[in-house]
Design a protein around this ligand. Structure first.
Ligand code: KIV
Length: 256
């Protein structure tokens, strides 16, 4: 699908009431499994920093990191839409945002995602023919300033601001918007008011789609589990069980 058709495709899913399924992925095998399972959209998120690289937050992820993992994901995903995050400090000016987006587009991203209502950046990237997913609500790249992950839009002022920003990013040309930890009634109102799809994470069931970090969904990292996630598997236990059996086989000369 070319990038223009992609923007129409997402709008049409919303128009026809079809929910959009999204998960993150950071490597070839997981991307291939998600793609073959039928996921609509795979995001190479900067959650990479925590999930794969072992950092405490997303603030140390670089464009090179995303580019490297995106290439592997692209090789695994032949059917799903692949989006990639612009990491912190890679889109603070309009020219930088355009250059970073072009690098990720060349590495295989169908769309790029950026945090915040940065309308000049969104307009410029879209003008270059690269579809944009905006990201409002809890902005994880701001964690060192914010100090904690918390629900946004609980006060009337915050709710009003989120609604205004949602309309602004749509006006700027964004094709979709991730709503992270947005108070569910506010996420629902944004979803009703916008033409572009909303993709929720911890923002209630009324968004046009949902996204999760794939390791959260599959119980792969039991040391960190966001409260809004109900894992659908317990891969950590399965892996440890298999590894323990293997260790035992090796130690007792029963296996290779
Ligand atoms: O980086 C990421 O994985 C994300 C999702 C949580 C939306 O931005």
């Amino acid at each position: 699908m070319n990038k223009k058709d992609l923007m129409e495709f997402l709008k049409n899913l919303k128009k026809t009431g079809q929910k959009i399924s999204c998960l993150t992925s950071y490597d070839y095998p997981s991307a291939r499994l998600l793609d073959e399972a039928g996921i609509d959209l795979i995001l190479v998120g900067d959650s990479l920093g925590m999930v794969v690289l072992g950092h405490p937050d997303t603030t140390q992820v670089t464009l090179n990191d995303i580019q490297h993992h995106l290439k592997a994901v692209r090789r695994g995903a032949t059917r799903s839409i692949v989006a990639a995050d612009l990491p912190i400090n890679t889109f603070d000016t309009v020219p930088k945002a355009v250059e970073s987006s072009q690098i990720l587009s060349a590495a295989g991203a169908d769309m790029i995602k950026l945090e915040g209502a940065l309308c000049p950046q969104i307009k410029a990237i879209v003008k270059e023919g690269i579809p944009v997913i905006a990201h409002l609500g809890m902005l994880c790249q701001q964690i060192l300033i914010e100090k904690q992950y918390r629900i946004k839009g609980k006060t009337p002022e915050e709710a009003k601001r989120l609604l205004r920003e949602a309309h602004e990013i749509q006006e700027a040309g964004a094709s979709a918007v991730v709503l992270e930890l947005v108070s569910p009634p506010v996420a629902q109102q944004i979803t009703q008011e916008l033409e572009i799809p909303t993709i929720g994470i911890g923002s209630g069931i009324h968004c046009d789609g949902q996204i999760l970090v794939w390791t959260d969904l599959l119980g792969l990292q039991p040391w960190f589990r966001p409260s809004f996630v109900t894992p659908k598997a317990d891969l950590a236990s399965s892996i440890q069980k298999a590894v323990k059996e293997y260790i035992n086989d090796v130690k007792t000369n029963h296996g290779e």
